[in-house]
Design a protein around this ligand. Structure first.
Ligand SMILES: Cc1cc2nc3c(=O)[nH]c(=O)nc-3n(C[C@H](O)[C@H](O)[C@H](O)COP(=O)(O)O)c2cc1C
Length: 164
């Protein structure tokens, strides 16, 4: 490997994309409905108090709804939910058509078939470059033994345990 001190956005994306993550859909209430977007910047922050964060692009269509919400829900996707991930990675409204959601604390959308669903109360926003870091305190959790969806170098993948 060779270190580059000058790099363009594509090279930056390529290097940062080597960090393997899960895939989530974060939702919030929006008027009579919901907003939701595919997010892999989600991470745990603190156990006591229980805090998580994720980052939203300042150019996101749903920024105003997420910036103004008191609650958000993080739906951690399962390996068979690639289609859902792609649907919520498209800009704009009407992503929830035909999905049988549960309504979470504060009017968030909880999606079916997920690995985990983490409901949060918004506690802080920190602007950072072209994104905002949204911090939530967890108010409810649930999880299942499904296989998670992973994301690495711009591609979806599956978890392969190192040992049986
Ligand atoms: C795997 C994956 C992860 C993503 N992670 C993020 C993220 O962490 N933050 C973000 O702002 N956008 C992320 N995106 C892009 C948004 O999902 C996309 O911009 C979406 O159109 C935003 O919805 P909106 O414009 O309707 O608000 C990700 C997309 C994919 C496919």
């Amino acid at each position: 490997m060779t270190a580059h001190t000058e790099f363009d956005t594509r090279e930056l994306r390529n290097a940062l994309g080597r960090w393997a993550t899960g895939v989530t859909i974060v939702t919030a209430p929006d008027g009579d409905g919901f907003v939701g977007m595919t997010v892999n910047s989600f991470t745990s922050v603190s156990l006591d108090p229980p805090l998580v964060l994720w980052c939203i692009g300042l150019d996101a269509w749903s920024l105003d709804a997420f910036a103004g919400t008191e609650h958000f829900a993080v739906n951690v996707l399962a390996a068979d939910q690639i289609e859902l991930s792609n649907r919520f990675a498209r800009r704009g409204e009407d992503k929830f058509a035909g999905i049988a959601i549960d309504v979470g604390v504060g009017g968030t959308a909880l999606l079916p078939g997920c690995v985990a669903r983490i409901q949060c109360r918004m506690v802080a926003r920190h602007d950072a470059g072209d994104h905002a870091i949204l911090v939530g305190e967890i108010v409810a959790i649930e999880h299942d033994d499904r296989e998670p969806l992973l994301f690495h170098a711009g591609r979806y993948g599956r978890f392969l345990p190192a040992h049986e």
